[in-house]
Write a protein that binds this ligand. Structure first.
Ligand code: PEP
Ligand code: MG
Length: 446
């Protein structure tokens, strides 16, 4: 007896910024399966399109049309097709892509399609009676040979368009690569986060402990070196020196204008840097602090700067991650590979709009010898899908914000659940630790 969808429902709900988003619930004989779609603020130009209603309600951010598209178009069409969920997700996703028919999912909306895709992935896993991470591993041709629990990169200081301070760079992340398990890594990160709070209170007063969209602090600082000094002091105060590395996402497309990078874009004092000057700044930061990962250091179409800096990042052994540059899109990945512009794919499922396409992008990145870094969005929900995704594809690292705010810790808590589940089943898993970058290829070659 095949497992088919018996109902597909959709609702308008809220994300972590209090903005509307799409929730989908599908039903099979195994039960009901739900997914809620995230949304970015520093969105790239090459992302699939999420439908917003415009008009007055919610300042134009409503998603009633996307919800209606699930209820009246996608749902009935899928029920009609009677796909067997035990076979997998690819057919369902391909069908929705064809039903939409546009190159960027702007017809039915990437937010409508993704909600169905994620909920169906959960239904497929239940049909096969396996956990979601196992199902996602099975959908990947080059699934890892063992379970790898990813190193979490915690965004503890927020800037850019995610906060109200004058910090230009968007994300300063701490990565407990020296921990022995995810539980220990999360403990260390939480201790550093609390130490950071105490240091911020001492330096700027209690009023400065407000947090940004991803749960990191947003004290009144402007320079990246100020952020990194605060973080290094917190790491030391928490007693974890040498065991925690740093990742930075400047999200530079946000402050690129007319050939210059304006480091003063959040203040009334412009501070325009050429790409060479910005590259020098990155080089100085990488020389001084234990930076292992740099994401979107240059804007999404500034290919020459990416190409130049990739030579530098390789010399410094820093992972160079494309977010806006790649938009989880295979065509952008091919272009970047040809230009030798970066060596890591930031994987955001909603940038492309189906789970199957995100897995295909992963596959291609692995074929190229790249790393894959799973990511949340700044507008998140309590849906913990990406925790299973990171374990399933064995990519060795993910970012889901600070160890604070329900929608962020939902992912970290799920990862601890998975780690314990694997231990209880005596299957065993390994925390990616220092091998976070090439965890997948190492596991494949064993
Ligand atoms: C990012 O830029 O990596 C990010 C998570 O932010 P957003 O979701 O706003 O694009
Ligand atoms: Mg980014």
């Amino acid at each position: 007896m095949p497992t088919i969808l018996t109902s597909v429902r959709a609702f308008q709900r809220l994300d972590s910024r209090g903005k509307p988003t799409v929730q989908v619930e599908v039903e099979t004989k195994d039960g009901k399966f739900r997914a809620i779609v995230p949304s970015g603020a520093s969105k790239g130009d090459y992302e699939a399109i999420e439908l917003r209603d415009g008009g007055e309600a919610y300042g134009g951010a409503g998603v009633r049309q996307a919800v209606q598209n699930v209820r009246e178009v996608i749902g009935p069409a899928l029920l009609d097709r009677r796909y067997d969920l035990e076979i997998g997700l690819k057919e369902i996703d391909s069908f929705m892509i064809a039903l939409d028919g546009s190159p960027d999912k702007s017809d039915l909306g990437a937010n409508a399609i993704l909600g169905v895709s994620m909920a169906c992935a959960r239904a497929c896993a239940a049909a096969k009676k396996i956990p979601l991470y196992d199902f996602l591993a099975g959908e990947l041709q080059s699934s890892p040979h063992r379970y790898i629990v990813p190193v979490p990169f915690f965004n503890v200081l927020n800037g850019g368009v995610h906060s109200g301070n004058t910090m230009t760079f968007q994300e300063f992340m701490i990565a407990p690569t020296g921990a022995a398990s995810i539980a220990q890594g999360i403990q260390w990160a939480s201790e550093v986060y609390q130490a950071l709070k105490s240091i911020i209170i001492k330096e700027f007063g209690k009023v400065a402990t407000g947090i940004g969209d991803e749960g990191g602090f947003a004290p009144p600082i402007t320079q990246p070196s100020e952020a990194l000094d605060l973080i290094m002091a917190a790491v030391k105060a928490a007693g974890h020196e040498g065991k925690i590395k740093i990742g930075i996402d400047p999200a530079s497309s946000e402050f690129f204008d007319d050939g210059y990078y304006d480091l003063g874009f959040k203040s009334d004092k412009p501070k325009k840097l050429t790409s060479t000057e910005l590259a020098d700044l990155y080089r100085a930061l990488v020389d001084k602090y234990p930076v292992v990962l740099l994401e979107d250091p240059f804007a999404q179409d500034d290919w020459e700067s990416w190409k130049y800096f990739h030579v530098v990042s390789k010399l410094h052994n820093v992972e160079l991650v494309g977010d806006d540059l790649l938009a989880t899109n295979i065509m952008r990945i091919e272009k970047a590979a040809e230009a030798d512009a970066c060596d890591s794919l930031l994987l955001k499922v909603n940038q492309i709009g189906t789970v199957s396409e995100a897995l295909a992008a992963t596959e291609r990145a692995y074929e190229l010898g790249w790393s894959v870094f799973v990511s949340h969005r700044s507008g998140e929900t309590t849906d913990d899908f990406i925790a299973d995704l990171a374990v399933g594809i064995g990519c060795g690292h993910l970012k889901a914000g600070a160890p604070c705010r329900g929608e962020r810790v939902a992912k970290y808590n799920r990862l601890m659940d998975i780690e314990e589940e694997l231990q209880a089943k005596k299957i065993g898993s390994s925390y990616a630790g220092k091998s976070f970058r090439y965890a997948h290829s190492q596991a494949k070659s064993e």
